[in-house]
Design a protein around this ligand. Structure first.
Ligand code: 4NP
Length: 163
């Protein structure tokens, strides 16, 4: 199984949406038995909570149903997940800091927007404190990035050549 973890700060706005979009894309490609994914937050602020209602409503408007409870990213995630994708630079450094003590990691860490052809390596903006529009902008960024990331995985693991 190829395992993917999407990480943001609160695990209620950005990463659960990335998870929901990516799951749908994986299903559409018939790759559910090859790729699994989850999401987590670098903070414990919202542990156990459902996604932000604004994220849920916006995702639903775009045909994605979110089904996730917030949880904090742990060191063990680095063992459990081969690909870890951070939503912004701050999440990325927090992950690196937490894992800096660990040796021999062979997992791969990326920024979500390393896969966004429109703004490679940029931050996925945090919509939590902003106006409602931010959620649709974030959705479109994540939709684009998840699509390219899945194509990357398919190519990297030759998933189009095996049945
Ligand atoms: P997320 O957004 O990292 O995309 O889930 C946030 C959610 C909550 C907070 C910050 C960002 N907060 O400070 O509670």
């Amino acid at each position: 199984m190829i395992s993917v973890l999407f990480v943001c700060l609160g695990n209620i706005c950005r990463s659960p949406v990335a998870e929901g979009i990516f799951k749908k894309l994986v299903k559409e490609k018939g790759l559910e038995d090859k790729i699994i994914c989850d999401s987590a937050g670098t903070s414990s602020f919202h542990n156990g909570n459902s996604p932000d209602p604004r994220s849920t409503a916006n995702a639903k408007k775009n045909g994605i149903l979110l089904n996730h409870r917030s949880r904090q990213f742990t060191e063990k995630d680095a063992e459990d997940f081969r690909y870890i994708l951070a939503m912004d630079n701050s999440n990325f450094s927090n992950i690196q800091e937490l894992l800096s003590q660990k040796e021999g990691k062979d997992g791969q860490r990326y920024m979500m927007r390393d896969f966004d052809p429109n703004a490679k390596g940029a931050d996925v903006p945090d919509p939590y404190y902003g106006a409602g529009d931010g959620f649709q902008e974030v959705f479109e960024i994540l939709d684009r990035s998840c699509t390219v990331f899945l194509d990357f995985l398919i190519e990297e693991h030759g998933l189009d050549k095996i049945s």
